[in-house]
Design a protein around this ligand. Sequence first.
Ligand code: HEC
Ligand code: HEC
Length: 446
Amino acid sequence: MNKTGWKLVLTVLLVALFGVSGAIQADLFRARDPGVRGGPAGAGGPIPGLSANESVMFTAGLAEFAEEDAVDEGIGPRFNFVSCAGCHEQPAVGGTSPAVNPLFRVNDPADLGFTGNVIPSFITRNGPIREERFQFNHDRSRDGGVHALFVITGHPDAAGCNIRQEDFERQVRNRNIVFRIPSPTFGTGLIEQISESAILANLSASSSSKSALGISGRVNRNGNDGTITRFGWKAQNKSLLLFSGEAYNVEMGITNELFQQERDETPSCQCAGLPNDVTPSVNQIPAIVGFANFQRFLAPPTPSLNTPGGSASIGRGRQQFANTGCTLCHTPTLTTATTTVAALSNKAANLFSDLALHQMGPGLADDILQGAARGDEFRTAPLWGVGQRIFFLHDGRTDDLLEAIQAHRSSGNLRFGPSEANAVIDRFNRLDERDKQDLLNFLRSL
Ligand code: HEC
Ligand code: HEC
């Protein structure tokens, strides 16, 4: 071989060794969810600026929220769990579904002792806590309501009660069951104080960018007074007090002054006076007001400035999040109105939500109607605290942020239109893998 020939061989070899391997390395880099952020919870404490009185109310409310109730305090006849904190626990009291599913404690004879129950297949030890709704009744009319998982039958304190747990596996076979996971309550006191005009002005802002990408959105409203509702996966609920009264009855089976009737009125299964929880005296508050106080004064999550991936990556990710169009639904900041409670007055709430409903397509649709919300509409999930969340989307279908983002995308079918997020997710998918990683790091810093 002549000199040129050797040169050629050498070049080919070098390219093969370094050039191609360099190219392969670049190709192999795939953005991935860094996972639940470690370190301090940065959540669970009171919002700064509370008065001495409000601090006392926060602490007392926290104790109430964490307390496990018993059958003779009104748990059941049907219920999902025995305390608010049991479901709202990660990464601190007030949050959401923890790593180890507490629902397995319910029928454990050595623990909560409700032995008349089986744990259905869709509740798993390391999976999310799930609340169940049935879409239709037997006669095909709409149901849509929550069906509590457990009964008190079989518990030593419920002698004489013999109602049976519902047949959840049959609903699974009939594909008539949908799930919701607990949403975190950090910062919800700020969410409660955002004025209707602020929500509406934000919704109509950037209208040309939104319509160019197919994004619209609308608010949910209370059927009685017509004001905007904002809590829950479909923005179906008006206030923290209302949510607390409802959760006490629906999740725990404890009737109260907002929800006076038991959801199962079988006489032999009423083991406490009705309603179960009332205002004790002129000087004392009922439990539901305690729950609301705790959540109202609960600080929003503290984002990390440098974890994961370092502050530069997080900063670039914040920019990608905006450039891609995520912020057109996930509004970074809304400001609270002037309110009586100084700690909540005129404050920036960095919630990353417009508190509005969006059509998310058949892929996410649960076919549940709530207020104005149709079967494919969901409230833009607030993303503050997402860095320390384990499970994502209304039904907790994934623990991977990338999958949660991809699930935003779905084409329409005969029943539901295409997702409003489709164009934004296409833009996300076209990002360089490094840019995607920055965006994911940013989300996990929240
Ligand atoms: C069995 C688990 C479970 C228990 C117990 C429970 N919750 Fe929840 N919580 C949920 C689920 C599921 C949701 C989402 C419901 C929805 O949007 O339909 C939720 C949502 C909420 C929200 C709405 C937060 C937001 O982001 O809008 C509030 C407030 C709340 N719960 C308060 C309470 C209070 C107060 C208690 C105790 C009385 C309680 N919860 C007990 C599962 C639970
Ligand atoms: C059209 C409005 C819209 C756009 C655009 C949008 N989202 Fe969402 N996002 C939602 C809604 C609505 C949900 C709740 C869906 C559900 O639970 O079924 C959600 C949920 C999420 C969740 C899960 C949060 C949780 O509490 O489980 C993440 C993470 C998220 N979005 C990130 C993003 C990112 C990143 C982008 C941009 C690439 C984006 N979203 C664009 C509306 C939107």
